[in-house]
Design a binder for this molecule. Structure first.
Ligand SMILES: Nc1ncnc2c1ncn2[C@@H]1O[C@H](COP(=O)(O)OP(=O)(O)OP(=O)(O)O)[C@@H](O)[C@H]1O
Ligand SMILES: [Mg+2]
Length: 236
């Protein structure tokens, strides 16, 4: 289990997260929703050790992640696909994926497994990542994170800037990850797809964790969607 226990996080003097708690069970897909600036990316960065956590703790099973330096966190089985993808654009697809393998000395079989989820990448291995389409870059970023055989994968708006058919591919991938027992903490703006793939939904607002729900409950009463995301479910 990935457990975030009453953390507060800040950038220099700016306190962004306030007393946030959250648990992601093994193999669970948890959708994290909230308006722009709510603190969603900051929460993912806090888990990855990229933002100062000034109180509370983050742990995975017996490992207290919030006491580790940032470079140790992926080694413990937490994959991260940041907002905006962050590939090494001058490196080829294959080189990017091999960077992922290096993190945990993963074997070639792991690369085969990651590629089996994105077969189209097999035809792109020698292409420079910077020349890929947005959707292909998203696949490489996700495949790279999978190369460390994560127990949990943190995805920050993977559908951002993609055309509808690619967005569908991303959500299908998340469903596949669920079948592979990878826990996913998914930050998204695409409400409909998020509701489809998530086991539970949590809402953040202004640095606070406000409410927890699930897709079924939200289908019956979409009021939290209107309140925290500003949309009606059927409008997305
Ligand atoms: N490096 C930084 N320094 C100072 N403040 C920051 C920094 N990064 C983010 N913030 C602030 O922290 C708050 C939360 O930002 P965050 O990126 O976590 O929001 P978000 O929920 O991911 O929003 P979005 O949906 O737009 O991606 C915002 O007010 C933002 O301006
Ligand atoms: Mg963000």
């Amino acid at each position: 289990m990935l457990k975030i226990d009453r953390i507060s996080s800040r950038y220099a003097q700016v306190q962004v997260l306030k007393d946030v708690s959250l648990e992601v069970s093994d193999g669970e897909v948890l959708g994290l929703l909230g308006r722009n600036g709510a603190g969603k990316s900051t929460l993912l960065k806090s888990i990855m050790g990229l933002v100062e956590v000034n109180s509370g703790s983050i742990s995975m099973d017996d490992v207290i992640l919030s006491e580790l330096p940032a470079h140790q966190i992926p080694k413990n089985g937490i994959g991260y696909v940041p907002q905006g993808r962050r590939l090494f654009s001058e490196l080829t697809v294959e080189e990017n994926l091999k960077m992922g393998l290096l993190v945990r000395d993963s074997s070639k079989e792991v690369l085969e497994w990651a590629l089996s989820l994105f077969p189209v990448l097999k035809t792109r291995m020698s292409q420079k990542s910077g020349t890929l389409s947005g959707g292909e870059q998203q696949m490489v970023a996700t495949a790279r994170a999978l190369c460390l055989q994560p127990k949990f994968l943190l995805m920050d708006e993977p559908s951002e800037g993609l055309m509808p058919s690619m967005i569908e591919t991303i959500f299908e991938t998340i469903e596949k990850l669920k079948n592979e027992k990878v826990g996913v903490l998914l930050v998204e703006q695409k409400i409909e797809g998020t509701l489809r793939v998530s086991d539970r939904i949590v809402f953040m607002e202004n640095g606070y964790m406000r409410e927890e729900s699930n897709p079924l409950a939200l289908a019956e009463n979409p009021e939290p969607l209107a309140k925290y995301v500003g949309v009606k479910a059927h409008a997305t």
